[in-house]
Design a protein around this ligand. Structure first.
Ligand code: DAK
Length: 265
């Protein structure tokens, strides 16, 4: 398996959980093309590692998760550069949703523009009290380009999303919690521990059922209810192909904790 060493990312693996930190703190972790390419490569590598059961994305330094796409790099883009950047970005967002393991955003500061979009593409968001969210692209004469207009309205409703995209206003963590963008707000210094705790809890479940639940929610979300329930039915059935279903139900009947092995045999 290849080395997880990057110029713009720090990857730390501990107890089946990978913490990936955006690492351009002097530029508030602004997302430039090399960082984006590294992130795609990193997540593809982590997806292939069976011993990694959850991924946390966060920002290095004290101030930012990701303060958006790198405006200085974008200012020089040719249309072809923009197309390539957009292609990578959109691939990344879909890839996060398609990953078999949960990806949790631990938002430790500014998550603006592409930063909010990456956080929204994760399975859920924990935020520190110092986090800020927003889609300020309108102030640059553009609009969100990594799915922000779509995921934001699905997360907090159409009218709120339109207001945020058209004003470019930033909102604090508490407001993001109220709008339903964020699952939990915690004191700044407790953020990573809180994200690791929930990641480890998920990592202790059966991998087949974790994957099935994640897939059913994502695949069903943009589908009508009847077809979404068919997706759920197939995902539910698949769980019965795994040893963990036998183990989970036996453990309940034997009044003990389950010992999931993740085996398909
Ligand atoms: N890009 C490049 N550099 C940035 C940056 C950014 N997004 N954000 C901050 N920096 C840099 C600053 O330039 C500064 O660098 P130096 O000048 O010291 O060299 C350093 O980080 C520290 O920033 P500040 O001095 O400004 O720090 P403050 O605490 O005063 O302010 C701030 C923090 C986050 C409020 C402020 O930096 C800010 O407003 N930053 C810009 C936020 C923003 O507008 N973000 C949205 C970017 S647009 C696409 C798909 C997606 C996108 C585009 C295309 N396609 C499909 C093609 C996404 C677009 C975006 O995300």
């Amino acid at each position: 398996m290849k080395e997880l060493s990057y110029e713009n990312l720090i990857v730390e693996i501990d107890e089946k959980v990978a913490v990936v930190s955006f690492n351009r703190p002097k530029a508030l972790n602004a997302l430039n093309p090399p960082m984006l390419e590294e992130l795609v490569d990193c997540l593809q590598t982590l997806e292939a590692k069976e011993d990694i059961r959850a991924v946390i994305l966060t920002g290095a330094g004290e101030k930012a998760f990701v303060a958006g796409a790198d405006i200085k790099a974008m200012a020089e883009f040719t249309p072809l550069d923009a197309k390539k950047f957009s292609g990578y970005g959109q691939h990344l967002m879909h890839f996060i949703e398609d990953m078999s393991k949960p990806v949790i955003a631990a938002v430790n500061g500014f998550a603006l523009g592409g930063g909010t979009e990456i956080a929204l593409a994760c399975d859920f968001i924990y935020a520190s009290e110092k986090a800020w969210f927003g889609q300020p692209e309108i102030n640059l004469g553009v609009i969100p380009g990594f799915g922000g207009t779509q995921r934001l309205s699905r997360a907090c409703g159409k009218a709120r999303a339109i207001e945020l995209c058209l004003t470019g206003d930033r909102i604090k963590a508490e407001e993001a919690l109220r709008l339903g963008l964020v699952n939990r707000v915690v004191p700044h210094e407790e953020l990573l521990d809180a994200a690791k705790a929930v990641a480890r809890k998920i990592a202790s479940k059966g991998a087949v059922s974790v994957r099935a639940a994640k897939r059913a929610v994502h695949a069903g979300f943009d589908t009508d209810l009847r077809n979404a329930c068919r997706i759920e039915r197939d995902a539910f059935a698949l769980c019965f192909a795994a040893k963990d279903q036998k183990e989970g139900m036996a453990a309940f009947m034997e009044k003990r904790e389950p010992n999931f092995t993740d085996s398909l045999e």
